[in-house]
Write a protein that binds this ligand. Structure first.
Ligand SMILES: C[S@@+](CC[C@H](N)C(=O)[O-])C[C@H]1O[C@@H](n2cnc3c(N)ncnc32)[C@H](O)[C@@H]1O
Ligand SMILES: O=C(O)C(=O)C[C@]1(C(=O)O)C=C[C@@H](O)C=C1
Length: 264
């Protein structure tokens, strides 16, 4: 395994003017996320815990915008092979896919990384859980509702969408306060004011956050009925949304699931 590279992308003279998930980002990505996303590891563990609750035997768990495969690895480790669940990471960055496939090689056929554009047609067969962490925010806002609708329609009854996003404050007057707290966090994580400023400019119109309430609205308009927030830190928010399942919205017991699967 190549040594983890420290994120110096915006400290360099050749810092990008527009943020793209290319080779130079993939090279430092794992360190970038650990130092740029508050409670990144804690949120991953919360997502793993929710996935363990809603993943159904004989089905697939999808990670949309899987990047270098870090979350897929955590999920595959947490849900043993006996859980009869397979994991599929989807991304449209060749550089990320290459790193993800290397990271997930140890899991053989349990984990697959597929090239795909979330703005285009999407095949999510046998999906009991779909995860989308820090990804929807990079898609054009006008296309987000249609994607969420496709996810809702693809999910098995009782399935779950787990979504973590960078968000704007609900109250406009609080947004600058939350943003400043976020930049203070980045400085605490060792980024210089110049790096923070350059990255903010590079992300303009590339990362477009909505307010938490706006995310809930597009989830509900996509067909999700049971939607809630499971995590919030100033300008980051985690949502879980359930596809109503048969006679219940809670995962059936193992025997019930096996019986339901046989009747499909
Ligand atoms: C911030 S990263 C996601 C982080 C990752 N989910 C994690 O938790 O470590 C956003 C990812 O979404 C991918 N992405 C952005 N737009 C995409 C699209 N239209 N189709 C597929 N993947 C996309 C990027 O290549 C990148 O890997
Ligand atoms: O908004 C920022 O400044 C960030 O660094 C956040 C964020 C994200 O939320 O995805 C932006 C780009 C990278 O993918 C890593 C982190």
């Amino acid at each position: 395994m190549t040594p983890r590279q420290r994120d110096d992308l915006f400290a360099r003279d050749d810092a990008p003017e527009k943020f793209e998930f290319n080779e130079s980002v993939a090279r430092v990505f794992d360190n970038m996320l650990e130092r740029s996303v508050p409670f990144y590891k804690e949120c991953q563990q919360m997502v793993v815990s929710l996935t363990a609750t809603y993943a159904q035997p004989g089905t697939r768990v999808y990670d949309l915008g899987c990047s270098t495969g870090t979350l897929v690895r955590e999920m595959a480790r947490a849900l043993s092979a006996s859980s009869d669940v397979r994991f599929v990471g989807i991304d449209n960055s060749d550089a990320m896919i290459k790193k993800a496939r290397r990271k997930l090689k140890e899991f053989g056929g349990r984990c697959e990384v597929v090239a795909g554009d979330l703005n285009g047609p999407l095949e999510l067969a046998d999906a009991s859980v779909v995860v989308m962490n820090y990804t929807l925010q990079f898609l054009p806002p006008a296309k987000r509702q249609a994607l969420l609708k496709r996810i809702h329609q693809s999910l098995l009854p009782g399935g779950a969408l787990i979504l973590i996003e960078k968000v704007k404050a609900e109250a406009e007057t609080l947004d600058p306060v939350f943003v400043e707290r976020y930049y203070a966090y980045k400085r605490e994580m060792g980024y210089s004011r110049m790096e923070i400023s350059r990255k903010r400019e590079a992300l303009e119109q590339v990362l477009v956050p909505l307010r938490p309430g706006e995310n809930v609205t597009i989830l509900e308009k996509a067909g999700f009925r049971d939607v809630d927030v499971f995590f919030k830190w100033f300008n980051f928010c985690g949502f879980v949304a359930l596809r109503r399942g048969g006679s219940n919205t809670r995962p059936a017991s193992g025997k019930k699931r096996a019986k339901a699967r046989k009747s499909r």
